[in-house]
Design a protein around this ligand. Structure first.
Ligand code: IPM
Ligand code: MN
Length: 361
């Protein structure tokens, strides 16, 4: 019997629904071609529903989402809703409650995509960031006291325990063994680089560094280990991105460096990521936001959402389909699109989806 996937679709806010529609279109085309079935259930979570009903994400929806094979998310963020409300109430809540403790963000420059780094091409920019996704400053540990007085104090703590650090490192080492440079036939070694700030954050990144070397030495002696401070990482991501293979880091640093990574691979029109629970339900999303000013114009680039869907196929072990979608996207970037930015593609949002679908037939 053909494999059947149960997918929850959360188009979300702004341009989220437009790009998600294209990702779903390509998913359906891949299913037809590779002989699997897809059963989709759409949820209207996001800013509009919140404005209408005051509801961000009912508990019952979180429970339902646990029963899917995967979740496809468009974008979260609404201009009429105070920043933080939807992000915390929906996106971060799902990441936390579904224990999606890895945020996997490939930084891969596809052919034909304009790159802001002088002299760098697809051979130089091809690595992944494994961002810890449920801990660190993002846990919201902290508070404000003596508000509105001259002595007001605000605390936001970076909290990690060994368990969280170990499971993230393990994912990074395993990923390097399976998909690192050597595994991909691109070099002599598979490498994990830890990104930290051991010179200042002498508690948290000391824990990360000790755990990194202990685990590496004991369980992954075949994987090379590098260490970079986060500030220097930003420099090398611009100057020598070819050094990197698999980078692993905490939640906040991972958030920041993956926006830098995204712009080196052509920007938010193409950058995708996966919120992964290796033992549970994962959620795939374009890295960019809801881009409200482009909503409804058909000018937004859907490739990031299509690439997020492609990561979902790979995660669900539909390797042939995942490879075919990636190849189609690479042909579209290499031979069709004029640019990656909104309104600069030379095609509308749905035409870009059609181009990918055509190449899958
Ligand atoms: C991201 C986003 C989110 C984050 C926001 C929207 C909460 O920037 O996915 O990188 O900080 O993780
Ligand atoms: Mn971010």
């Amino acid at each position: 019997m053909a494999k059947s996937l149960k997918i929850a679709v959360l188009p979300g806010d702004g341009t989220g629904p437009e790009v998600t529609a294209e990702a779903v279109k390509v998913l359906d085309a891949a299913a037809a071609k590779f002989g699997f079935k897809v059963e989709k259930t759409e949820y209207d979570l996001g800013g509009e529903r919140y404005k209408r009903s005051g509801e961000i994400c009912p508990d019952s929806v979180v429970e339902e989402l646990r029963t899917f094979d995967s979740i496809l998310l468009g974008a979260i963020g609404h201009p009429d809703v105070k920043p933080g409300v939807l992000e915390k109430g929906l996106l971060l809540r799902l990441r936390f409650e579904l224990d999606q403790y890895i945020n996997l963000r490939p930084v891969k420059l596809y052919p034909g995509v304009p790159c802001p780094l002088v002299g760098k091409g697809p051979a130089d920019i091809d690595y992944v960031v494994v961002r810890e996704n449920t801990g660190g400053i993002y846990t919201g540990t902290g508070g404000i006291s003596m508000q509105d007085t001259p002595n007001e104090v605000a605390v936001q703590s970076m909290v990690y325990n060994r368990f969280q650090v170990d499971r993230c490192l393990k994912y990074a080492f395993e990923y390097a063994r399976r998909h690192g440079r050597k595994a991909r036939g691109r070099g002599e070694e598979n490498t994990v680089g830890l990104v930290g700030k051991t010179n200042v954050l002498t508690y948290v990144y000391d824990l990360w560094e000790r755990a990194f070397h202990e685990m590496g030495q004991k369980d992954y002696p075949d994987v090379r280990r590098d260490y970079y401070h986060v500030d220097a990482t930003c420099m090398w991501m611009v100057k020598n991105p070819e050094w990197f293979d698999v980078l692993v880091t905490g939640n906040m640093f991972g958030d920041i460096i993956t926006d830098l990574g995204a712009i080196t691979q052509g920007g938010m029109g193409i950058a995708a990521g996966g919120n992964i629970n290796p033992e549970g339900v994962s959620m795939f999303e374009p890295i960019g936001g809801s881009a409200p000013k482009y909503t409804g114009q058909g000018v937004i680039n859907p490739l990031a959402a299509i690439c997020a869907m492609q990561m979902m196929l790979a995660h669900l072990a539909l390797d042939e389909a995942a490879a075919a979608v990636e190849k189609a996207v690479m042909t579209v970037t290499g031979e069709k699109l004029k640019g990656m930015g909104a309104g600069q593609m030379g095609y509308s949002t749905s035409e870009v989806g059609d181009l990918v679908v055509e190449l899958l037939k």
